[in-house]
Design a protein. Structure first.
Length: 367
């Protein structure tokens, strides 16, 4: 018996890439994207970290197998306590109220369980964050289709008393498009970063790779304006790995974009983070020509987006960092920008916030 594991050796990250079905090249229902009378079209985009439901660090750093099993038990208890069944309702309400055309999701997790010690991968789905969110949106008469879905880290581990199960977490980055957005979509892409953090697992005497990446789609408005929409979630725990990933974005999907670029995501970096090393990825993107929407619309406002606590019960003013962002390059300008997810009226029925991060919506004039 060992730690967060591969499907074969019981410890690893699955480097699998699953691309979702491309939405039809032109979505015909609903209103067209708004224009401003000067030839430009407004498109609203959202970045939303859904929060996987628990902090995995105690299991990763556990010094022994008993400590590890106790840590995984607490993680599984916490995932259930931060009840995504409830949070999906609040998230759907938030999206319904803001009505973005495109959404970049991070930590769109799948949690599965299986028999403890079974060498086969766990398959019993307990939470599928993406499917549950889409179902709650549909219940509100809102339909968002998957454009691209990419699996990132895929981890499985035994869980100690009182559960005695295997639990498997699959992380995903996803792009959604609103049905009726009148956007023609093409060329969906996704890739894992070449540079990923290798994390030691003391309880197993081994390591796993924190696989991360990006998804993208090329977008054309009804009136012909075009841009590439990219969603990403950069490494949280190592500034130089995060910097290398930002540089890969610049050299890869950003540089290869045929038109303007809109980048949304949890960058785990920002211009005012306390540790200077944690600012590096952000400044690399800016040096590469990406422009941050928030300070244009809200100069002087720190615009914190993280964090409302692992328990999702911190006060709304507990936020300390701005890491959830929309950046752009090319023929685009921000018209409005605002944060979502810390209105006390949008807590769940048991008082949880929808996520530990806030959502962030930017409306951009394209063209």
């Amino acid at each position: 018996m060992s730690t967060w594991s591969s499907r074969k050796a019981r410890l690893a990250v699955v480097a699998a890439c699953a691309i979702g079905a491309l939405v039809g090249s032109a979505l015909s229902a609903g209103p067209a994207a708004a224009g401003d009378g000067n030839g430009a079209v407004k498109v609203s985009v959202m970045t939303r970290n859904l929060y996987l439901g628990a902090d995995l660090t105690p299991a990763i750093t556990a010094p022994s197998l008993p400590d590890f099993l106790a840590a995984t038990s607490e993680i599984w208890r916490h995932v259930q306590e931060t009840n995504f069944n409830e949070r999906a309702v609040a998230l759907a309400r938030e999206i319904d109220q803001t009505d973005p055309d495109l959404i970049g999701l991070q930590e769109a997790a799948i949690w599965r369980t299986g028999s403890i010690g079974d060498p086969a991968p766990a398959t019993n789905v307990v939470y599928d964050f993406l499917a549950q969110l889409q179902a709650e949106l549909a219940a509100r008469g809102r339909h968002y289709d998957v454009v691209v879905s990419q699996n990132e880290a895929d981890l499985e581990a035994p869980v100690g008393a009182p559960y005695f199960i295997d639990a498997r977490l699959t992380q995903r980055d996803v792009i959604l498009v609103r049905e009726g957005a009148k956007l023609a979509l093409s060329n969906p892409q996704s890739a894992h970063f070449a540079t990923n953090l290798t994390i030691p697992i003391p309880a197993a005497g081994t390591t796993f790779v924190s696989t991360r990446g990006w998804t993208s789609v090329d977008v054309q408005t009804k009136h012909g304006q075009a841009f590439r929409f990219i969603d990403t979630h950069l490494e949280a725990f190592h500034p130089l790995v995060r910097l290398a990933q930002a540089q890969e974005l610049l050299a890869g999907p950003i540089a290869a974009a045929p038109d303007s670029v809109v980048l949304a995501g949890d960058l785990n970096s920002g211009p005012e983070l306390p540790e200077p090393a944690n600012r590096l990825a952000y400044f690399a993107l800016v040096a590469g020509g990406m422009v941050d929407t928030w300070p244009i619309v809200h100069p002087g406002d720190p615009g914190f987006t993280s964090s409302l606590g692992d328990d999702l019960t911190d006060p709304p003013d507990a936020l300390e960092h701005r890491v959830d962002m929309v950046l752009f390059k090319g023929d685009a300008t921000p018209a409005t920008a605002y944060r979502t997810g810390n209105d006390p009226k949008n807590r769940t029925v048991s008082g949880l916030w929808p996520s530990d991060h806030l959502g962030y919506v930017a409306e951009l004039r394209i063209g």
